[in-house]
Design a protein around this ligand. Structure first.
Ligand code: AGP
Length: 583
């Protein structure tokens, strides 16, 4: 999390303003507060950087940060950059052992202005400089003493260069070209500088770079040896994040599913077969993902079991340490992620690689860290997903996973037909009348306190995902259950009028819905057929094995309207960030 962006230039003198503009494109990484430092000025504010209009004195160097708070509350003191004497820095990640370092420095009489782990890094670097180490050695020594994932960008008073170092958290160098040939950009993600250049150097783990107006030099952070880096031209076009006629990105991205499902399954037969052959080569497949992508993986567990007869182990990435003993050189680790930067997943993949496991992945962001460390990768091609709540990337993940399950059973063409038919029905379904109808259902629910969702088979993970979607944007407590599980405890929560969303209308699910209705629940059915039990009905197309994907669409629209009817901004829910790069 946290967006980092910095510029060092001999071509421009408005680096401060340019850093603000770039940070606005990284706001999805964190939007609690922001700050920018040039060589002479520092501006910090609580709130979203998208609302900032700031003017700086002329300067050709600036570093900035958009924060998602980890250590210390959302205050301007805790916002980055942090300065101690001559050192000013921004930090993304977590300095896990910061407290012992801070206590030692406090005993030395040093004073801290914030509660952050990041400020301690500035003190540690200064301590090294005071011992007459060069800035590069100072940063090397400090980096070696830090545990945890981090990326830092450091300016030192009286020193022309900017210094950067990375272990775990993403950092990419953009090489200016043309009129900006003496400009270097440093960012946690490419969109920050894509309007200026598509030529990049990826900084890998345990690497640092020294950036001056004339050159960029790369070093191994541990040995200090210089490293040669290739300039890589990324094929990204700057995707203008444009809401068009929509009020929010979330609803725009829901409607993007008219096209994105097709893009997800458009990989060539060769690409799919190559991917599947790695998956089949293992003796045990572990799917690792977080949040919504994890629910897509649980759906895939059903797809692979029922279509391909393959057992896939699905584990939330953060829980994987408990199963580490099963990871060896025969294991396939299969990561699923929208951003491709989720720290919990990266940690599992890095561990797996050390054990010799094969790593494959599907991500939406093609140049992401997860994509780059995978031996085989398939992009989702859903287009930029900007709203924090994942919608189109989720259904693209599920569509591609369903296709892979068919391919695993030598039925790739059959899988394509199922998904093409789904894509075409989704294209018909997503229209203003459907949206209006779901909005009218949201009007009957938006002031309720709890919503329960049930589903069976591949609709069970959709019940879990529906709950995430409703909670994260509307802040209404929602919980998903396997339909047959309600009677084992949660049914105690049902009172007269409790809204229960029932995914599916097979006879067993309907029996479970009946048990809820008998206790006063209000039943909102999501299915291709209406049922006498349903108080309200959200129609979906018949989609065969792709029913789980179809069922999500009305829930996504419902969640969106639950949020907006409650006066909330669904694109940037409180306490969240789009890309979760801390553990
Ligand atoms: C999505 O709606 C959520 N905000 C969140 O659970 C997300 O799916 C999770 O953080 C994983 O992100 P990733 O797909 O980028 O790895």
């Amino acid at each position: 999390m946290c967006g980092v962006f910095a510029i060092s230039s001999a071509d421009i003198n408005n680096a401060g303003e340019k850093v603000i503009e770039g940070l606005k494109k990284l706001e999805y990484r964190g939007y609690d507060s922001w700050g920018v430092a040039t060589s002479h000025e520092m501006k910090k504010e609580v709130g979203k950087i998208s609302c900032a209009t700031v003017v700086f004195k002329e300067d050709s160097k600036a570093i900035g940060h958009s924060r998602w708070a980890t250590h210390g509350g959302v205050t301007s003191e805790n916002s980055h950059p942090h300065t101690y004497k001559t050192v000013t820095l921004v930090h993304n990640g977590i300095f896990e052992n910061y407290l012992s370092a801070k206590n030692r420095l406090l005993q030395k009489g040093e004073k801290f202005l914030s509660d952050t782990d990041s400020e301690v890094i500035a003190h540690l670097i200064q301590e090294q400089l005071d011992l007459s180490h060069t800035p590069e050695t100072a940063i090397q020594n400090v980096s070696q003493s830090i545990t945890g994932r981090f990326s830092i960008v450091v300016m030192i008073e009286g020193v022309e260069e900017i210094f950067v170092a990375r272990r775990g958290s993403p950092l990419i160098i953009g090489r200016g070209k043309g009129e900006l040939s003496k400009t270097t950009f440093i960012a946690s993600d490419i969109p920050a500088f894509l309007e200026y250049t598509n030529v990049v150097n990826y900084i890998d783990d345990d690497e640092m770079a020294i950036i001056s107006n004339e050159s960029v030099q790369f070093y191994n952070l541990l040995s200090g040896e210089e490293i040669e880096k290739r300039n890589i031209e990324v094929s990204w076009k700057e995707e203008v994040a444009d809401k068009g006629d929509y009020n929010h990105f979330m609803i725009k991205e829901i409607f993007d599913q008219k096209q994105s499902l097709m893009s997800a399954i458009n990989h060539t037969e060769e690409e799919i077969q190559e991917f599947i052959s790695v998956l089949q080569s293992g003796n045990g497949v572990y799917m690792v993902a977080c949040g919504t992508a994890h629910k897509a993986c649980i759906a895939a567990e059903y797809y692979f079991s029922q279509i391909a007869g393959r057992k896939i182990n699905v584990v939330p990435a953060s829980e994987m340490p408990a199963f580490e003993r099963f990871i060896n050189n025969k294991t396939v680790l299969f990561a699923v992620s929208q951003s491709g930067e989720t720290a919990d997943i990266l940690e599992v993949l890095e561990f797996g690689k050390k054990r010799g496991a094969k790593v494959i992945s599907i991500t939406n962001v093609e140049s992401s860290s997860i994509a780059r460390i995978s031996q085989n990768h398939l992009p989702l091609r859903a287009g930029k997903e900007k709203a924090v709540a994942s919608t189109k990337a989720t259904t693209s993940q599920m569509a591609l996973l369903l296709l892979l399950a068919y391919a695993d059973n030598n039925r790739l063409n059959e899988g394509r037909l199922v998904l093409q038919s789904l894509a075409s029905s989704v294209n018909d379904l997503l229209n203003p009348r459907y949206e209006e109808y779901i909005k009218s259902v949201a009007e009957t629910l938006h002031d309720c306190r709890n919503i329960f969702i049930i589903g069976r088979n591949s609709l069970f993970p959709m019940a879990l995902e529906s709950a995430i979607k409703i909670m994260e944007v509307s802040y209404i407590h929602a919980q998903g259950f396997a339909a047959g599980e309600m009677k084992h405890g949660p049914i105690a929560l049902i009172e007269k009028g409790t809204p229960c969303i029932v995914l599916g209308c097979d006879s067993e699910t309907i029996s479970n819905a009946m048990e809820l209705k008998s206790r006063g629940a209000k039943i909102i059915g999501v299915s291709n057929k209406n049922n006498i039990l349903f108080d309200q009905w959200l129609k979906i197309p018949s989609a065969g094995t792709a029913i789980s994907i179809a069922s999500l669409l009305p829930i996504q629209i419902l969640s969106y309207y639950l949020a907006t009817l409650r006066g909330l901004n669904p694109d940037m829910p409180r306490n969240l960030a789009k890309s979760v790069t801390v553990k």
